[in-house]
Design a protein around this ligand. Structure first.
Ligand code: HEM
Length: 427
């Protein structure tokens, strides 16, 4: 049986791989899997919007921010064309390239995802401010096209940003139901980017395998995503705007951004040791919801409305003045909304000196939330909401923002187009 990595020049194709898998199964006396078993989920790559924004959230994330090192605009365009072709193949569960393997050269696909199928892989691309101008220089003739909404994020109260986890000229968000498929996809794209773009920072993340239809819990043990506009859903009393109105750039934006969205990424470390020693009722007060049911404080159902103006017998607000859900609510922020599509992260343990009482110091988890917020304009989305929260939110006692970036993620790619083609080649 030929091995998909046979140095005799065998192409690492799905056909061979299936043959190899079939051979192994036959040897074990097992039945060959039906096609549907091999390819459980494929998310379309082409469409009016990029995938990975309205797509039901996959369980794994690998996110990479890149710095552009190319001197010439044509080189950036060539890379984006190559990325587009590879991304369409990878999302379909294929190898990054259709080329024949040459024993004297690196394989056209590294092979780490062979046999894993598409796993609902989505690849979402974004442009940072540095694509338009860097250090005051208009490197690629795009400076005049920088959208107004692609602002420099302000410094927020409490930010402890590590420059090595911030910014980037380009980003790729890879989401899949398998961690190796997501990482593999970014590796293949990074390889295609040689001499044009290099990785600046990366972040992996995960979601629990919560049964479909239920709200997943984050590392703090609370249901996270209850009051989050669902794709195709209209508004609710708590979240008056539906998904499409919150997320997709409309006629107010440049043509290449229409159908696109702005992504705010924040790496938020959570002091889990401190949280785990906090009394349950105080945890609930901090969030403004009950931990086990997810219901607003004083209510029974997870999806009951917040009713922020409820008061107790002494006239105090039932949901505290500094509760996370109160400060984040549209009602407190002039109607501002975002869509959250975040992933928990768990990056080991390292030395930390806390900025809040009891000023703990020592080796602590480097774990938390890789917060990803989508909106049609960050000025009226994340910035509007977070400015006040950064000062007042009781959750800040447990969280530290140490990474930050903003990307303009263009509209979807049609057949024959490449990522950002409407920016580089306006009609
Ligand atoms: C480690 C950081 C964070 C954690 C653990 C966290 C957790 C939660 C939880 C448990 C809820 C309640 C359930 C739900 O409706 O989803 C919630 C709601 C929400 N969070 Fe966060 N969050 C974090 C950071 C942020 C940040 C930085 C923002 C910035 C804008 C934000 C915006 C929101 C919004 C808009 C809601 C819905 C509020 C509403 O019900 O009106 N969160 N979050």
């Amino acid at each position: 049986m030929a091995c998909p990595f046979d140095p005799a020049g065998v192409r690492p194709s799905r056909r061979l791989l299936l043959a190899a898998a079939g051979g192994l199964l036959a040897a074990a006396g097992a039945k060959r899997p039906a096609a549907a078993d091999v390819q459980p989920g494929v998310e379309p790559f082409h469409g009016a919007h990029q995938a990975g924004i309205a797509t039901p959230q996959q369980t794994h994330l690998y996110f990479a921010a890149f710095d552009l090192v190319a001197k010439k605009r044509e080189d950036v365009v060539a890379m984006l064309r190559a990325w587009t072709a590879a991304a369409a193949r990878l999302a379909a569960g294929q190898t990054a390239s259709a080329s024949e393997a040459d024993p004297g050269q690196p394989a056209p696909d590294g092979g780490a995802a062979l046999g894993l199928a598409a796993q609902r892989l989505t690849l979402t691309f974004g442009f940072g401010a540095g694509l338009f101008t860097k250090d005051g220089r208009d490197r690629y003739g795009l400076a005049a096209l920088r959208p107004e909404a692609l602002v420099d994020l302000p410094k927020f109260n409490g930010d402890q940003l590590d420059p090595q986890r911030c910014g980037g000229d380009l980003c790729v968000q890879a989401c899949a139901d398998d961690p190796q498929v997501a990482f593999h996809a970014v590796r293949e794209l990074a390889r295609l980017a040689a001499n044009v773009a290099q990785i600046r920072w990366v972040q992996s993340g995960f979601q629990p395998n919560t049964p479909r239809g239920e709200t997943p819990r984050n590392l703090m043990g609370f249901k996270d995503g209850t009051n989050n506009p669902a794709p195709d859903a209209a508004g609710t009393p708590d979240m008056p705007l539906g998904f499409a109105d919150v997320v997709w750039v409309g006629a107010e934006g440049p043509a290449w951004m229409q159908g696109g969205s702005y992504l705010v990424a924040r790496r938020i470390r959570i002091s889990l040791e401190h949280w785990d020693r906090t009394e349950l009722d105080f945890q609930e007060e901090v969030i403004g919801r009950h931990k086990y049911s997810g219901a607003p404080i004083g209510k029974q159902g997870e999806f009951d409305t917040l009713e922020l103006d409820r008061t107790d017998k002494d006239g105090n607000p039932v949901i505290s003045e500094t509760a996370h859900v109160r400060l984040a609510a549209p009602a407190m922020n002039g109607g501002a909304q975002i869509v959250r599509r975040a992933y928990s992260y768990n990056d080991g343990a390292s030395f930390v000196a806390e900025r809040w009482p009891p000023w703990r110091q020592g080796i602590m988890y480097d774990a938390g939330l890789f917060f990803l917020a989508w909106q049609r304009d960050p000025r009226s989305g994340f910035i509007r909401i977070f400015e006040n929260m950064a000062k007042m939110d009781a959750l800040n006692q447990y969280t530290t923002h140490n990474g930050s970036a903003l990307f303009a993620c263009p509209g979807g790619v049609g057949p024959g187009e490449y990522i950002g083609s409407k920016l580089f080649e306006p009609a």
